[in-house]
Design a protein around this ligand. Structure first.
Ligand code: NAP
Length: 276
């Protein structure tokens, strides 16, 4: 490889305008990947992610001239809860880059209101399920169909990856946001299902399960969580940051977990441990 440029595939990251998704996009840019930056409505934030990706890629190339010279960063507005938008997102991603090498299912929402399970509404339940479960489930289907269609030529059969960003809520019972926990538990099963289906197709599927992360999603409950973390709820006694998830994504997309399909990688400071 000496002297040759290392060309890396383009990666579609959903919900990359802010928070964990932005962190993933910037980390992938640092590794030399092109990125499709999906967002739902915040175009300004998506453009800011593009700027950060460009700066990160530029800086990385200065220290590693063997990296691809021209990673590209494209923002695509699409609501992953909408079937029409999902198909347009896939079309635009494949049109921009010919194919994509990985899909990172990161976009997700919290319930608009944290309501006790005895009070929560069907509207909130279905909104969260459509976005956090049906969205990534069927977006993965749309991408996988394209991968399987474009077929058997050696270059398109290179290893590919699908990542599902779930949550400790997949296993932790929080009765004040049941719809979120049910969606994330379902998404953890979706990750296993896709891993089983794609094991012989050279596509690795990995679930990343974050704990309490400092993003816009948790800003309204920051002080509550500050106290819980200080009290030992998180064994490592700190908030998680987008980079904690982003560095795992980078390793997965770069093939470092090539024999680990179906695995769950915790990014929660030890929250999932049952400690006596
Ligand atoms: P965030 O800061 O609220 O950012 C959410 C991102 O998702 C934004 O880019 C947003 O786009 C996008 N998005 C929301 N709904 C969308 C939709 N229907 N279609 C397309 N994009 C959509 O959230 P975050 O904390 O980074 O969370 C990212 C993922 O990590 C989520 O799946 C979340 O459940 C999971 N997670 C978070 C935590 C935590 O403590 N924060 C913990 C565990 C797991 P716009 O900017 O356009 O609104």
């Amino acid at each position: 490889m000496s002297g040759a440029k290392r060309r890396k595939g383009a990666v579609l990251v959903t919900g990359a305008s802010r928070g964990i998704g932005r962190g993933i996009a910037v980390e992938l840019a640092t590794a030399g990947h092109s990125v499709v930056i999906n967002y739902r409505s915040n175009e300004t934030a998506a453009q800011e992610t593009i700027e950060r990706c460009r700066a990160a890629a530029h800086q990385a190339r200065e220290s590693d001239p063997a990296l691809d010279e021209e990673p590209r960063f494209v923002a695509v507005q699409a609501d992953i809860a909408s079937a029409e938008d999902r198909h347009r997102l896939v079309e635009e991603s494949f049109t921009a880059f010919g194919s994509i090498s990985a899909l990172i299912n990161n976009a997700g929402i919290a319930p608009r209101l944290r309501l006790d399970i005895t009070e929560a509404t069907p509207e909130s339940f279905f909104e969260v399920i459509e976005t956090n479960l049906a969205g990534p489930y069927f977006l993965t289907q749309a991408v996988v169909r394209r991968w399987l269609e474009i077929g058997t030529a050696a270059e398109v059969r290179d290893a590919k990856q699908v990542v599902f960003v779930t949550s400790v809520s997949a296993e932790t019972a929080s009765p004040s946001r049941g719809e979120y926990a049910v969606a994330k538990a379902g998404l953890a099963m979706a990750s296993k299902l896709w891993a089983a289906r794609l094991a012989t197709e050279n596509v690795q599927v990995i679930e990343i399960r974050p704990g309490i992360m400092e993003t816009d999603m948790t800003s309204a409950v920051k002080e509550t969580y500050d106290d819980l973390i200080a009290g030992g709820l998180v064994p490592q006694k700190r908030w998680g940051y987008p980079e904690d998830v982003a560095r795992i994504c980078r390793a997965v997309v770069d093939g470092d977990f090539g024999f680990s399909t179906g695995s769950v990688i915790h990014a929660d400071g030890g929250f999932h441990l049952s400690i006596l």
